[in-house]
Design a protein around this ligand. Structure first.
Ligand code: ZN
Length: 107
């Protein structure tokens, strides 16, 4: 025999399920929003992070594919960081990059 849900009889159950779904949907929405904010903040902070000697050398040798994420990050970073501009100058003059030129606080 089929079970027929009558709103009057199952009103409390239906309201409970509806409220539980609202809480679940809101929780999922909050988690997604928090993740988007986390990714955006991480992306912004990465721009201020000085690249390693290996990444800068790869960039100088043309081994970072133009348009790729590491390439775009480095271009943006070089526009804002005088220290890395100096490091790039050292590479241009054929001088090795030394670790002491990297600010350890930013690692
Ligand atoms: Zn830098």
């Amino acid at each position: 025999m089929p079970v027929i849900l009558r709103p009057g009889k199952h009103k409390d159950t239906i309201l409970l399920i509806f409220r539980a779904n609202k809480v679940l949907m809101f929780t999922i929405f909050l988690l997604i929003a928090a993740y988007i904010v986390y990714r955006a903040v991480r992306q912004i902070l990465r721009v201020y992070e000085c690249p390693s000697n290996e990444v800068l050398t790869a960039f100088w040798r043309g081994k970072l594919r133009p348009g790729s994420e590491p390439h775009r990050h480095l271009i943006t970073h070089l526009g804002n960081c005088e220290k890395c501009q100096d490091r790039l100058q050292l590479l241009r003059h054929g001088l090795p990059l030394e670790d002491h030129l990297i600010d350890k606080d930013q690692d």
